[in-house]
Design a protein around this ligand. Sequence first.
Ligand code: PMP
Length: 417
Amino acid sequence: MIPYDKREGKIWYNNDLVDWQDVKLHVLSHGLHYASCVFEGLRVYDGEIFKLEEHTERFFYSAKRMDIKIPYSQDEINNATKKIVSAQNVKNGYIRPFAWRGSEMMAISAQQTKIHVAIATWEWGSYFDPKLKTEGIKLNISKWKRPSPESIPWDTKAAGLYMICTLSKHEAESQGYTDSLMLDHEGKVAEATGANIFFKDKDGSLHTPIPDSFLDGITRRTVIDIAKTKNIKIIERKINPDELENFVGCFLTGTAAEVTPVASIDKYKFKVCNTILDLSTVIAGPLAGSLIAELGARVIRIETLEGDWMRKGFNGIAPNRTMAGTEGLSINLKTKEGQEILQRLIPKVDVLMHNMRPGAPERIGISFEQARQLNPDINYLYIGGYGSTGPYSHRPAMHPIGGAVSCLLYTSPSPRD
Ligand code: PMP
C-alpha cells in the first residue's frame, strides 16, 4: 500500500489546492500534541458524495463542541469538498475533512492557535476484507469502555476519542478478531471501534443502543429511516451484553464500514445471510444476483430446462454480465418432481428472490407463506417489473431496466393481455 504521505494529486488545504506531498504541518502543532483536531469521513459512490450536507453539519458541530472555530462557512466547506473530489476525479472513494490547531502556542491553553482545515480524498473500496463482508466479521468485547458523557463531548468526531478505538481495535486484532464491541461507562452495549451496531431479534425487529455516550452515526440514522419505510420495527434502548445470546442477527453501520454483517461477538453467534436462490429472469433480476455474487454471496439460479431465454438472445452475450459469478440449476418447475426439488432447497438458503407474476409462485409452491413454512427465517424478495398489486402486475415484465429506458413495456400491450 502506498503510504498516505506519498500519494499523488491535490489536497484542499486552507482554501488552496496544494500538491499532495507538499501539505506539511509543523511537529509542534497543538493538534498533534493535545488532540485538538476534529474530522469527518464521507463516501463517494459513482461520483456522488453521500450525505455531504449532513457530514459538513456534523463537522461544524464537532468543532463547536471542541471549541474550535472553523474559519469557513458550511457552504464553503461543501463547495471545497465537491471541488477536491472533482480535482482528484474520485468516483468511488472516501473523503476526509479535518480541522486542527496550529503551532502558535504549545501548552494546554490554545486560545491563540490558528485553525487549519484540509480535505483529502482518494479512491477506496471496502473497509473490511470484502470476503468478510459476506461471511460476517468476528468481534471481541473490548476491555476499554466508551467514556461517560460528562467526560468529553462524546457525540463528536474529535480525534482524542479515537485513542480508545485504536486501543480496542489493536487488542481485537492481536486476538484474531476483526473488530471490537465497546461497552459504555455503565457496561451496556455501545458501538464498534468505528461503527454503530444493530441486532435483529427472532421476530425481525431491530434493536440498537441509544447514542447517549457515543456517535449517532449518519449511516445508523439512514438505516433506521430505511427500516421504517419497510415497516421493520426499530427499538432504540439500553442493551445488556448478556442479552446478546437472544439475538439472531447483528450488523455494523458506518461510513467506512457501510453495512457489515457480524458473525459472532465473543461466544455469541449470529446468522449471516449469504446464500441466495434466484428464480428471476431476463435482465434486472439476474444482474442483481450477479452483483451480490460479486460481493461474495453464493447465488444459485434456477432456470427452465432450456435455460433463461436471455441466454439465447444476442448470441448469449448478455448473461456473461447478468449471470456472471452465479451457479445455475435447470429444473422443470411445471412438474411435481421439479417443484419438490425446489422445496427441498428452500430450507437451505437465506434469500429467495423471483420476479414471477402474481399467482405463479403459489402454483409452484413458493409463495411467501409457502416459503415461510419451509424455512421460517427465509428473506423473501419479490422484484417483478410492475409490482405485485398495480394495474400491470399481471404482465410479464421481468426487465424493468429495459422498460424504464424505452417506456415501451409500459405502453405496448403485453403479449398476454
Ligand atoms: N462510531 C464511531 C466511533 C465512528 O468513528 C463512526 C464513523 N464515523 C461511526 C460510529 C459511524 O458514523 P457514520 O455512520 O456517520 O460514519
